[in-house]
Design a protein around this ligand. Structure first.
Ligand SMILES: C[S@@+](CC[C@H](N)C(=O)[O-])C[C@H]1O[C@@H](n2cnc3c(N)ncnc32)[C@H](O)[C@@H]1O
Length: 260
């Protein structure tokens, strides 16, 4: 279900309990993001306090609508990551912190001083770690040779020998470039491979996934493909239009193996 409107208001009217929330809110970049000739959204804030109080109101509602078994993934960058970690701890509790995921990519982030900034941060918290539902994902871990591993299964593909290891919290996923089929020319569109990992790990088929900053609708598209229910909210009419088109088109997913 897509709901048009401002999330700080829309969320107050939602009583459905959800298993997973993924938030990719406006960042603190100080820019205007153009969505089309007549649509845009703003990353401009008068102060950090204004930005954080906006997100606090959203996070409190997310905490309310999450099932006890639920999880929240909050996507941010170097500008606000530290502040948002502290805000999440204050709402969800330090004890419910699970991971600080690093999404590492190769585009953007050049600078004359310091190192090139090539990652985003995704904070992962549980509503209540004691009862969290979680699917452990695996990834290929390549080895220089196949000898000396008597008690683990070694496999081979065209890149060489590998074993199946627990997925790490550093995710090397290329950001979207102009020529990719899944690209819909919505600025800040996230790759489906990123959402696939998030949704597979934190939810099961028929669970409900919530995205209060739907944008181009990546979360809804992947949730649909993976048989989850979904609620997507966005204040921009452009977001609804793009999501409708994407739900009619082909869906592109990475091959991630789930431990379950
Ligand atoms: C970073 S983009 C999300 C991109 C999305 N993850 C994707 O893959 O396309 C943020 C979105 O939040 C929306 N937005 C900004 N403020 C909002 C608010 N108060 N309520 C609802 N949507 C909002 C913008 O219109 C924009 O589409």
């Amino acid at each position: 279900m897509f709901i048009a409107g401002r999330s700080e208001e829309v969320l107050k009217g939602i009583d459905t309990k959800v298993q997973l929330a993924y938030l990719d809110p406006p960042f603190f970049t100080g820019t205007i993001r153009k969505l089309s000739d007549d649509a845009q959204y703003s990353d401009k804030w008068s102060s950090k306090d204004e930005y954080l109080s906006f997100l606090k109101s959203i996070l409190l509602e997310i905490h309310r609508v999450l099932l006890p078994s639920g999880v929240i993934f909050l996507h941010c960058d170097y500008r606000m990551t530290a502040h948002l970690r502290i805000l999440l701890e204050s709402i969800f509790g330090e004890e419910n912190f699970i991971n600080e995921i690093i999404w590492s990519y190769k585009t953007g982030g050049t600078s004359k001083l310091g190192f090139a900034r090539k990652h985003d941060t995704i904070h992962l918290f549980a509503k209540d770690k004691k009862v969290t539902k979680w699917n452990q994902l695996k990834e290929k871990s390549y080895l220089s040779h196949k000898y000396g591993f008597s008690n683990i299964e070694i496999k081979k593909d065209d890149k060489g020998y590998y074993r199946e290891a627990l997925m790490r919290d550093v995710w090397e996923i290329p950001s979207l470039r102009g020529n990719q089929d899944e690209r819909v020319h919505y600025p800040t569109q996230k790759p489906q491979a990123l959402l696939e990992r998030i949704i597979l790990s934190g939810s099961d088929p028929r669970d409900i996934v919530l995205d209060p900053f739907s944008g181009s609708g990546t979360t809804a598209v992947v949730a649909e493909q993976l048989g989850r229910g979904w609620i997507a909210i966005d204040e921009s009419p452009e977001a609804e239009k793009v999501l409708k088109l994407r739900l009619r088109g082909p869906l592109f997913l990475e091959n991630t193996s789930s431990g379950n």
